[in-house]
Write a protein that binds this ligand. Structure first.
Ligand SMILES: C[S@@+](CC[C@H](N)C(=O)[O-])C[C@H]1O[C@@H](n2cnc3c(N)ncnc32)[C@H](O)[C@@H]1O
Length: 206
């Protein structure tokens, strides 16, 4: 599974960076969630599944001490080239190279979309582990009833990669079970070229 995700994003990295730039890809509601997250954090932050670093750069531009982590060396290469001043590392959100309770915030923007529903508790536990009590988590993902998809085309490339639409109620429940308080839930209809509803959840580690 992780090999498939890594290979897919290694293949699309250059074109992803060309097509999905800065905050331009986000509509006003998603930008509001990202801005609110940036306002809440008051210490170090990890952007997990940072991809080409576009949101790592957004957070750094808000004066936030941020590290970007991604499974795909290809995405990290592109990110380092685009944002040489940022801290960007290859790694997995299931085993972050960060100490317990270190972070004020974790952003996981569309990076849990390749995690099957049964894998989410491990991810949520790892993100909770690295957050300090009172730390904030923002998750973005395509919303659905735990539906599986196989991606065969992405950003102009033929790929083979599993992806899931996650149920916002289920993800909220997992967060609560793991000791988070869910502060805000956004579920919105598709906009622009999107084909599916989109969700974002903002939560605080109790
Ligand atoms: C759709 S892209 C989103 C990238 C970035 N967050 C953005 O909004 O542009 C998904 C990213 O999540 C990364 N990813 C998926 N599973 C991961 C994991 N277990 N650990 C770290 N990164 C992961 C992929 O390599 C890919 O770069």
């Amino acid at each position: 599974m992780t090999d498939q995700v890594r290979a897919t994003y290694d293949a699309v990295a250059e074109d992803y960076a060309r097509i999905v730039t800065g905050l331009d890809a986000e509509g006003p509601l998603d930008r509001a969630m990202l801005a609110d997250f940036a306002d809440r954090v008051d210490g170090p932050v990890a952007d997990v599944g940072c991809g080409t670093g576009r949101l790592t750069d957004f957070l750094a531009g808000r004066g936030i001490d941020v590290v970007g982590v991604d499974l795909s060396p290809g995405m990290i290469d592109v990110a380092r080239r685009s944002y040489p001043a940022l801290r960007l590392e290859v790694g997995s959100m299931t085993a972050l190279d960060l100490p317990d309770g270190r972070l004020s915030g974790v952003l996981a923007w569309y990076s849990i979309i390749h995690t099957p529903p049964e894998g989410l508790p491990v991810v949520v536990a790892e993100l909770r582990r690295v957050l300090a009590p009172g730390g904030h988590l923002l998750l973005g993902f395509q919303a659905g009833a735990d539906q599986h998809r196989t991606l065969t085309h992405a950003y102009g490339h033929e790929v083979q990669c599993d992806a899931w639409l996650h149920d916002p109620d289920t993800v909220s429940g997992l967060l609560a079970d793991a000791g988070f308080v869910v502060d805000a839930r956004l579920v919105r209809e598709p906009a622009g070229g999107e084909r599916r509803p989109q969700a974002s959840l903002l939560a605080t580690r109790a």
